[in-house]
Design a protein around this ligand. Structure first.
Ligand code: CTP
Length: 445
């Protein structure tokens, strides 16, 4: 009898060993499927600690598998079972009922899960939980706390808000341990903070946290000037803490794949990027004051696409903005960014609605990402010869904040000062373009 089972097998433990032993005992040949990182990502299993190779080694060293295969996509089990002539599919009882559909192809057996041990638990124990504080108690902060539940190894424990009443209400509603009256108190309780306050306060809060040796995940735009963003990164490097700009798109699996496909030569040389992000805002601080306007509010997303696709060696930034009569701020802007070998245009609007699409044009073809491209669930590569067109689909879980948090936690845990998904130089370039665009904006009434 041929038996098959599947798992992630991260930080191989007693529960895994016992599962494999019993699975093997069901027959005389055991095939074990180990999940790829990509598959785990796509099914929302973030924070797996060991690489695929290490996890395969774990299974190999157990001496229980006669054959090891890789599980890389949804639906693969149906194929594997037929291809490998499997008689019995075995899996832990935490999956009870979930694989009954495989009964059409073989016998399905659920084995009792070993109590008191799991990879999730081990991940928390071995590295300790990262204690997080939230600065700010607005809508985005609340969404962040909800999303943090999907990332293992982190726990949101404290909140600070300018108004203590709001912090208290927030802590109560979201069941956080601490509501703090000042930032320095909050910094005592935590290893890392998420800064989710109005733009003009980011710099001070981030600085204070870094100086206290606390890691910082800072809402976008980190600051509105090149000088301030540069200074924060320099300070973080000095203090050896992680500083990351919370641009969720940068960490989303679909967006990363889109950038990789576009830059792999499949559409030739990338020559042009057109990215648009608009949102109708009827009221709120975006419409007022010095830091208001569509550029400070929204430019980070289109600029991320521009910088990821064309780089940071731009030579010129020219901006056209629209400020209707009676408006305190620009409500629609087009930022043109010139490169030695390409041109880009980032459009933002808070009082104008446009199609939020992204087009990456190359010398052989182009990538088309429909709205909402910043969530990147889908994109196409398109060519003169349409028979070469290709469609790509990805999953984007929740509202995406879990991806940036998972990356932030990974960096802290592995003492990685920089993520290739969003480098310091890229955040600095975005701040630089935002600063120039806001200063240079040509205004038409
Ligand atoms: N398993 C088990 N007993 C445990 C833990 C896991 O029998 N205490 C089984 C699972 O049911 C599955 C296999 O081991 O059949 C591989 O599970 P995997 O997802 O890799 O391990 P977990 O420890 O459950 O991982 P996580 O905590 O990340 O969900």
């Amino acid at each position: 009898m041929r038996v098959i089972t599947y798992g992630t097998f991260d930080l191989f433990h007693e529960g895994h060993r016992r599962l494999l032993e019993r699975a093997k005992a069901l027959g005389d040949y055991l095939i074990v499927g180990v999940t790829t990182e990509n598959y785990d990502d796509s099914r929302g299993k973030l924070n797996v600690r060991q690489s695929l190779m290490d996890r395969i080694r774990n299974v190999q060293e157990s001496g229980l598998a006669d054959e090891i295969i890789i599980e890389e996509y949804e639906g693969q089990k149906v194929q594997d079972i037929q291809k490998h002539k499997v008689d019995i599919f075995a899996i832990g009882s935490d999956w009870l009922g979930k694989f009954d559909y495989l009964g059409d192809y073989c016998t399905v057996v659920y084995l009792d899960r070993t109590k008191g041990v799991s990879s999730t638990q081990l991940r928390n124990e071995t590295a300790g939980v990262i204690r997080l504080g939230v600065i700010g108690s607005g809508r985005i902060a609340a969404r962040f706390v909800a999303e943090a539940r999907y990332v293992s190894g982190v726990s949101v424990e404290a909140v600070y808000s300018r108004r203590f009443e709001s912090a208290k209400a927030f802590a109560e509603r979201l069941e956080l341990e601490w509501a703090n009256e000042n930032v320095s108190d909050l910094l005592k309780h935590v290893d890392a903070v998420y800064v989710a306050t109005p733009h003009d306060t980011h710099y001070d809060y981030a600085r204070q946290a870094i100086e206290a040796g606390v890691h910082v995940l800072c809402e976008k735009p980190m600051t509105l000037t090149r000088a301030q963003t540069t200074e924060l990164f320099e300070l973080a490097a000095q203090r050896e803490v992680v500083l990351l700009e919370a641009v969720k798109t940068a960490f989303a699996p679909g967006f990363q794949r889109m950038v990789a496909v576009a830059r792999s030569g499949s559409i030739g040389q990338v020559r042009s990027v057109d990215a648009t992000f608009t949102k109708i805002v009827k009221e709120g601080r975006e419409l007022h004051g010095e830091d208001g306007g569509s550029i400070s509010e929204l430019a980070t997303y289109p600029l991320l696409a521009v910088i990821k696709l064309l780089g940071t060696d731009y030579t010129r930034v020219t901006t056209h903005s629209l400020r209707p009569e009676g408006s305190e701020v620009e409500v629609y802007s087009r930022i043109d960014i010139d490169y030695p070998h390409g041109i880009a245009s980032a459009r933002t609007g808070i009082g104008v609605k446009a199609e939020g699409e992204l087009v990456v044009a190359g010398s052989r073809g182009y990538v088309y990402v429909p709205a909402p491209w910043w969530l990147t669930e889908y994109f196409e590569t398109r060519f003169e010869d349409q028979s070469k067109n290709k469609k790509y689909y990805y999953k984007f879980d929740g509202d995406g904040l879990r991806y940036e948090l998972a990356e932030f936690a990974f960096m802290i845990r592995n003492r990685t000062p920089e993520s290739f998904k969003l480098r310091a130089a890229e955040s600095i370039a975005m701040a630089d373009i935002i600063e120039r665009a806001r200063t240079d904006a040509e205004t038409f009434d």
